[in-house]
Design a protein around this ligand. Structure first.
Ligand code: NAP
Length: 281
């Protein structure tokens, strides 16, 4: 029986598991629906009870996969979804959230994120988030793909300080945020949700990571995940449909990398020496 997952505490004081379940590309093909639901259910059974989805994924199809997976166990789950920037006006955000709630078959989303910055003023989106929160339709709100200047701008918006997380690309192949955004969010105690933590599968096939893994009894993917989880303010949200991947990912939370392992990883994937604008996919 694996130990309980470590948790990350949001600024609100709510604790969430440091390892969650991604859902991008789920819901795109009806023939894979049952396998995708089963993968999410397995992840929940193993304690990965944070589920990350978005209205964008399969145009709502991923939220429908999530609906099926969480049916009858909504209370176990910390549910994250996202509004598209093109919907993120004062009224559009509320409409988009209500549509997501319907697809998800729930009365509230635990954490609702602005997927990336668009043309609507941040103040407008934040006002909508706060209204949704007051109505109980969302528990918390946050952002995604926000770089250091975006976070600074958000801090200047009325109630912008209520941000609970920033979901960004963070993995060994994309570690530019280690220069500034990552430590800045750590200092501000705003959790990072690391997306594509397995490099969309590429890091699972990396020979150098596989060699480190072999030495410590882990897979390359587990080494990559354990690396993102080395910070107490990082939540990783790998997406996996294959059950062996789901189990592998869960076990990565029990892996601690030594200083020697981390130094070897830095040789393979050198840390940034100067500011790198936030990458996104
Ligand atoms: N906010 C944003 O803009 C944004 C952008 C991208 C992603 N995201 C979120 O972050 C989640 C994760 O990112 P991602 O889906 O791009 O990439 P990822 O989680 O890094 O990689 C997913 C791929 O890796 C494979 N995989 C997972 N665990 C593995 C393991 N233990 N061993 C070998 N292969 C493994 C999966 O295979 P199988 O599925 O076949 O098991 C899948 O092909 C997304 O699903 C989404 O929820 C957010």
């Amino acid at each position: 029986m694996p130990s309980e997952l470590p948790s990350v505490t949001l600024p609100s004081g709510t604790a969430v598991p440091s390892l969650g379940l991604g859902t991008w590309h789920m819901g795109e093909d009806r023939r894979r629906f049952a396998d995708e639901v089963a993968a999410l259910k397995l992840g929940l059974d193993l304690g990965m009870t944070l589920v990350d989805t978005a209205e964008m994924y399969a145009s709502g199809g991923a939220e429908e996969v999530v609906r099926e997976a969480i049916a009858g166990r909504r209370d176990e789950v910390f549910l994250v979804s996202k509004v598209l920037p093109s919907n993120a006006s004062r009224t559009g955000t509320v409409r988009a959230c209500e549509a997501s709630l319907k697809r998800l078959g729930t009365e509230h989303i635990d954490l609702y994120l602005l997927h990336w910055r668009g043309s609507y003023r941040l103040a407008e989106t934040v006002e909508a988030f706060e209204a949704l929160r007051a109505e109980g339709k969302i528990g918390h709100w946050g952002v995604s793909n926000f770089d250091v200047p975006d976070m600074a701008e958000l801090a200047g918006v009325p109630r912008g300080g209520n941000v609970q997380a920033n979901q960004v690309l963070y993995n060994l192949d994309a570690r530019g945020i280690d220069f500034d955004l990552q430590p800045a969010l750590g200092k501000a105690a705003v959790p990072i949700m690391a997306y594509s933590p397995v490099g969309q599968g590429d890091l699972a096939r990396h020979a150098g990571l596989a060699a480190i893994g072999k030495r410590i009894g882990a897979t390359a993917a587990q080494v990559a995940l354990a690396w993102t989880l080395r910070h107490p303010h990082v939540i990783a949200i790998p997406k996996a449909v294959r059950p062996e991947h789901v189990r592998d990912n869960r076990a990565a939370a029990d892996l601690t990398l030594s200083q020697d392992d981390l130094a070897e990883i830095d040789r393979l994937f050198p840390p940034p020496r100067r500011r790198v604008p936030l990458e996104m996919i």
